[in-house]
Design a protein around this ligand. Structure first.
Ligand code: ADP
Length: 402
């Protein structure tokens, strides 16, 4: 038995999960948040399940990694760093360079750096976190696991935008997608648990959380996904607008005298469920407002559902037939109300029949069917596990074994 760490670093946070492998048990997890602030938060779960939480200044990622290592030792979660055989880093943007995970070396690092303009809030932070671990624990191998890699199997018809071809080529403008690690996990788990005897299953996975994307998967490969050059595209989300006529940008700039940066910020952070409802990006708040008959909350939920139902139709056409619909992530795993909105919108065309009771029950980490036997396409809920996927790739790419 050995240990592997999964790391998800943002510009001011560092989430981690430590697994024992190969049995895939979670040993501990936690987060360093508000890095760069005097009131930063560090928390980690002890082996008995209780939590250590500290509010303290954490000046940078390097100090966050130092705190993490010290806490692992102080709380006797590990007795020495040598028990950890590998670290896997979630990398948001792998561009055209990565169709699978890679060992973190100079070449990997240079390519991730080149891709910073495509993911300015993320790729730079990933590199800072990688260096912090390399500095504090140089003997541990690191693996980069890309959120875009799973989508590299798309065909040009699916990933290109209809702008001049030479512009696409020169600037590498195309659909890269996101949530790839999650969609890949869901496809694998769906095949293992629900479609063991189907030869080349066609699946649509719905990763719907605060960021949402759909993926059409044929024979374990992505054929289409809803996010684009960046995670702003596709279905409506918590605060992001999703697909939109590009003319809206210059129109608002002219009419409202806003700058392109301000409009772009609005599309990313002030739109979606939050923007339409005027209330919140969180489906729990939207649901309670719906229960009070708030018309804008009802409109926001209907628009959200319709944008997802429209993609279901598109992917049904793209795949030819669908063996399974998989609901996952914060909303997909927990909100029976939002699942029902989506299914109601697509049921006539796709012959979907919701099992209302199962739908109500399938929340908080449960996996199971939410459709009746009459449904033309079976529907299930599967909790996603990106961290486990990352840990598995660490084992694979560092060739770890007992
Ligand atoms: P991310 O990983 O992108 O931050 P998640 O996949 O965790 O997001 O999704 C978070 C969202 O899921 C919340 O904003 C909320 O809309 C929704 N959500 C989480 N838990 C529940 C719940 N119990 N009931 C309804 N919606 C929920």
């Amino acid at each position: 038995m050995y240990k592997v760490m999964s790391v998800n670093a943002g510009s001011s946070s560092l989430k981690f999960k430590l697994f024992s492998m190969p049995d895939e048990k979670v040993i501990t997890s936690g987060i360093a948040d508000k890095i760069g602030h005097n009131d930063a938060i560090f928390n980690i779960k002890r082996l008995d399940g209780t939590k250590v939480e500290k509010i303290l200044p954490i000046k940078d990622h390097s100090q966050a990694v130092e705190l993490l290592i010290q806490a692992l030792l102080d709380e006797k979660i590990i007795s020495s760093l040598s028990e950890i055989k590998g670290i896997g880093h979630r990398i948001v943007q792998g561009g055209k360079y990565f169709s699978h995970s890679e060992i973190f070396n100079e070449d990997t690092e240079n390519k991730i750096r080149q891709l910073i303009p495509l993911a300015p809030l993320h790729n730079g932070a990933h590199l800072i976190a990688f260096h912090a671990f390399k500095d504090k624990a140089p003997e541990i191998g690191n693996v980069a696991v890309f959120d875009t890699a799973f989508h590299q199997t798309m065909e040009p018809e699916d990933y290109l935008y209809a702008i001049p071809y030479d512009v696409s080529e020169k600037y590498d403008i195309r659909r890269y997608g996101a949530h790839g690690t999650s969609h890949q996990y869901l496809a694998q788990k769906a095949k293992e648990d629900y479609l063991p005897n189907v030869k080349s299953p066609s699946i649509i996975t719905l990763h719907i959380g605060s960021g949402s994307s759909l993926c059409a998967i044929k024979d374990s490969k992505c054929v289409a996904t809803s996010m684009g050059l960046t995670p702003l595209a596709g279905v409506m989300m918590g605060t992001r607008c999703g697909d939109i006529d590009p003319s809206v940008m210059p129109f608002i700039i002219n009419q409202a005298k806003m700058t392109s940066d301000e409009v772009y910020h609005m599309f990313n952070f002030e739109s979606g469920l939050k923007g339409v409802s005027g209330l919140s990006n969180d489906t729990r708040d939207i649901e309670s407002a719906i229960n009070k008959n708030n018309p804008r909350a009802i409109l926001a939920a209907k628009m959200f559902a319709r944008s997802i139902a429209n993609y279901l139709g598109q992917y049904f056409v793209r795949l030819g037939h669908v063996d399974l619909l998989v609901f996952s992530a914060g909303i997909g795993e927990n909100s029976s109300t939002f699942r029902k909105y989506i299914i109601d919108d697509a049921k006539e065309a796709l012959g979907l029949v919701l099992d209302e009771k199962a739908n109500e029950e399938m929340i908080h980490g449960k996996s199971g069917y939410i459709s009746t036997k009459d449904s033309k396409i079976p529907m299930v809920v599967i909790p996603t596990d990106e961290e486990l996927m990352i840990a598995r790739d660490v084992v694979k790419y560092l060739n770890l074994h007992d």
